[in-house]
Design a protein. Structure first.
Length: 463
């Protein structure tokens, strides 16, 4: 029997051990889900699903502190932000309930051509089939909700593989669903190694794969699924932000600090590249430096900690390597730029790293913001759009013409106006374009993606 030891990213202390699923156990999980889907008469009714969700909400509200501590210990996200994640997770179930009350098919007009006379047509939704969810470490509870709950809501049995670094939140959440009355066949969690996970993803019995994680793995899996399997991918980006000279610094500074250093920058839409008009760049840089140096870095269990650890020492070393490379290439160090421990990295601001530096080309996924001065905002748009990643972006301005221009010029799936790129509520669509992803996330959108819209056409001689 293989065992996975789960460690705290902050001090590497062992938290617990989890049994790794074998090849046979994964195949049994697939068969259980597949058999449920093919037994139409045993499917849960919508009102039964709603009742289970409502009971799960009650159970989660009774365990907010426990759920928060699990997320903090395994993922390292600070206590204050992990508690927000728990409340978001609870809200996620509420969003799914609300969506179920409005998610309906539509009537298709007939009779306006001779061939369509005496016919009626309408659509309705049913689950596509078995869903496999492969998740990331950075929001261990809320990502479980985002990948599991839309599937269950539409009646699709789901098998989740959580990140190996953070399996506890998903396991605990699914146990809550079981306590709320959910049949095991509708939701299972398998903690397994990469080789066994490939078997899960490649199964011809899988109808839908939802993956959150690195682009290299996601696009590999996209090529590996069986013919007919639909795929949704959520990767990362560099979250370009443009600060125009009319912007209010009272809005800009706290937004950039939160968006850049929330969860130590380990967020797929974390603020990373900030393009600032040269007329105000000195003022913005100094204000950011003053604010960032006040951030409390340390033990994520401390309720006052604002920036916690990176997920592993290996990731910290990578972040430091990229920072040092940028400095050697000519970037100016505004603040930070060094490790505070094997897990903590000082919140860092770089000024004008060359566009050829790795930190300008790839997602840093760490507590680092790079600032770039510009004289021509059109060139700033071009730089913001230059990479093959496109997710959330932002413009800070008090000029309406700039706002309207930016929403067209920024080649991202989302443009935030006077807010940071990491803002999100769980009922809005959430997706990456180009190499940043495929399909649309967000609970309502995911419910539609995991559903098949079926058309029924009826012919009658009496209409």
């Amino acid at each position: 029997m293989k065992i996975l030891d789960v460690h705290s990213p902050y001090d590497n202390k062992k938290i617990t051990s989890v049994k790794l699923a074998t090849q046979n156990e994964v195949e049994e999980a697939i068969d259980l889900a597949y058999d449920y889907f093919n037994s139409y008469d045993t499917w849960l009714k919508k009102y039964e699903i709603v009742a289970i969700f409502e009971k799960a909400i009650k159970l989660m509200n009774e365990q907010i502190e426990e759920l928060t501590l699990i997320a903090v210990k395994e993922g390292g996200k600070p206590y204050m932000d992990s508690k927000v994640e728990v409340y978001r997770a609870i809200d996620g179930l509420k969003v799914a309930i609300e969506q179920l009350s409005t998610m309906a098919g539509k009537e298709i007009p007939m009779g306006h051509t001779q061939s369509s006379v005496n016919r009626t047509a309408s659509t309705f939704f049913e689950p596509r089939g078995v869903v496999v969810a492969v998740s990331a470490f950075n929001h261990p509870l809320n990502l479980a909700v985002h990948q599991i709950i839309p599937a269950i809501a539409v009646g699709a049995p789901v098998i989740m593989k959580p990140a190996s670094a953070t399996p506890m939140s998903a396991l605990n959440f699914v146990d809550i669903l079981y306590q709320a009355g959910l049949p095991k066949a509708l939701c299972q969690v398998v903690v397994c190694d990469k080789e066994v996970a490939e078997t899960l993803v490649k199964s011809s019995k899988i109808a839908f794969l939802t993956f959150i994680g690195s682009a290299s793995v996601g696009w590999h899996l996209n090529k590996s699924v069986a013919n007919g399997t639909r795929v949704a991918l959520e990767h990362g980006g560099v979250a370009p932000v443009i600060v125009e000279k009319s912007a209010s610094l009272e809005t800009v500074i706290p937004a950039l600090v939160k968006g850049g250093f929330y969860h130590a920058g380990q967020v797929c839409v974390s603020v990373q590249k900030v393009f600032i008009d040269n007329a105000i760049i000195k003022e913005v840089t100094q204000a950011l430096k003053n604010s960032v140096k006040e951030l409390k870095v340390g033990n994520p269990l401390n309720p006052e900690t604002e920036v916690g650890p990176l997920i592993s020492a290996k990731e910290l070393q990578r972040v430091d390597k990229w920072v040092q490379e940028a400095l050697n290439d000519g970037a100016t160090l505004v603040c930070g730029g060094k490790a505070l421990s094997s897990s903590l990295y000082e919140p860092t601001i770089l000024l004008n790293p060359p566009q050829s530096s790795t930190i300008s080309q790839k997602e840093i996924f760490g507590p680092v913001i790079s600032l770039y001065g510009y004289d021509d905002i059109e060139k700033a748009y071009d730089e913001a759009n230059a990479l093959e990643v496109a997710f959330q972006s932002a413009i800070f301005t008090n000029d309406i013409n700039t706002t309207l221009r930016a929403t067209r010029r920024l080649k991202a799936t989302t443009v935030m106006v006077n807010d940071h790129t990491a803002f999100r509520v769980d009922w809005m669509p959430f997706s990456g374009a180009k190499t940043s992803g495929l399909g649309i996330g967000g609970i309502p959108s995911a419910m539609h993606e995991m559903s098949l819209e079926k058309l029924v056409v009826t012919k009658s001689s009496v209409l």
